[in-house]
Design a protein around this ligand. Structure first.
Ligand SMILES: NC(=O)c1ccc[n+]([C@@H]2O[C@H](COP(=O)([O-])OP(=O)(O)OC[C@H]3O[C@@H](n4cnc5c(N)ncnc54)[C@H](OP(=O)(O)O)[C@@H]3O)[C@@H](O)[C@H]2O)c1
Length: 214
């Protein structure tokens, strides 16, 4: 599948590397395609990905991954141009960065979510929330003993969720479909729990918050 990835940092870069290794075509949409980190990332993917403007990557992708800081996301979507009809995979946790680092809360919630705001900004796009509930450091090895990590997804378009489920399985996730896009109001705090445990409670990063069933 042709996938445009907006943002080539921890999340975008890692997802791009894994999805390229599974045979997908990747175009990173970045502010500066010739940036040293981006060039280095492309070298590790060895010819199976390119980097271009945000608009070009969005035009390239049948699915678009949003992997930007929350505060930059509205601007990145505006630069992406027309996303109508595209699958937009929202990995974002709307966390607050302060001069002292990460604040211990979310900037939106209860009555809306980052995913719903993104759906408003990306007119006509089929937005699916995914991959926000676990650190990008885990994406390349999602196995914990006999279990694999869950990713929780939600969205209003069933076909788009099937595509995202297939991509998530390619990465190695077990997928839990939580329902409509407004369930992102529940999933974004779940992402914050992972961050809170990892950073503020000393759990490190080698863990997943999973659904377990009898
Ligand atoms: N890190 C994790 O483990 C993790 C896990 C799950 C979800 N998330 C969420 O995923 C998102 C990305 O996190 P990350 O850790 O990958 O961030 P990151 O490593 O800082 O990467 C952010 C990317 O966004 C780009 N960017 C920044 N400002 C931009 C703007 N105004 N317009 C266009 N692009 C811009 C950056 O490009 P430049 O190099 O040009 O600045 C960079 O490529 C966040 O919303 C985060 O909450 C993170």
């Amino acid at each position: 599948m042709k996938i445009g990835i907006i943002g080539a940092g921890n999340v975008g870069g890692t997802l791009g590397r894994i999805l390229a290794s599974k045979g997908h075509s990747i175009c990173f949409g970045v502010r500066t395609p010739q940036n040293e980190k981006v060039v280095s990332l492309l070298t590790t993917i060895a010819g199976k990905a390119c980097a271009d403007t945000i608009e070009a990557a969005a035009s390239f992708g049948e699915a678009i991954v949003l992997a930007t800081p929350w505060m930059a996301t509205q601007e990145a979507i505006a630069q992406a141009g027309n996303l109508s009809g595209k699958i937009v995979i929202d990995c974002i946790n709307p966390i607050e960065m302060t001069p002292n680092g990460l604040a211990q809360g979310l900037l939106v919630g209860h009555t809306t979510s980052a995913a719903e705001e993104i759906a408003n900004w990306a007119t006509g796009a089929k937005v699916v929330k995914a991959f926000n509930n676990i650190g990008a450091s885990q994406f390349e090895n999602l196995t914990y003993g006999s279990q694999v990590a869950s990713t929780f997804i939600c969205g209003d378009d069933e076909e788009a969720k099937k595509v995202v489920t297939s991509l998530a399985k390619d990465i190695g996730f077990e997928v839990v479909d939580v329902g409509e896009l407004n369930k992102a109001r529940l999933l974004e705090p779940l992402g914050m729990i992972w961050i809170h445990l990892a950073i503020f409670r000393g759990y490190g990063q080698e863990f997943s918050i999973n659904l377990i069933k009898r």
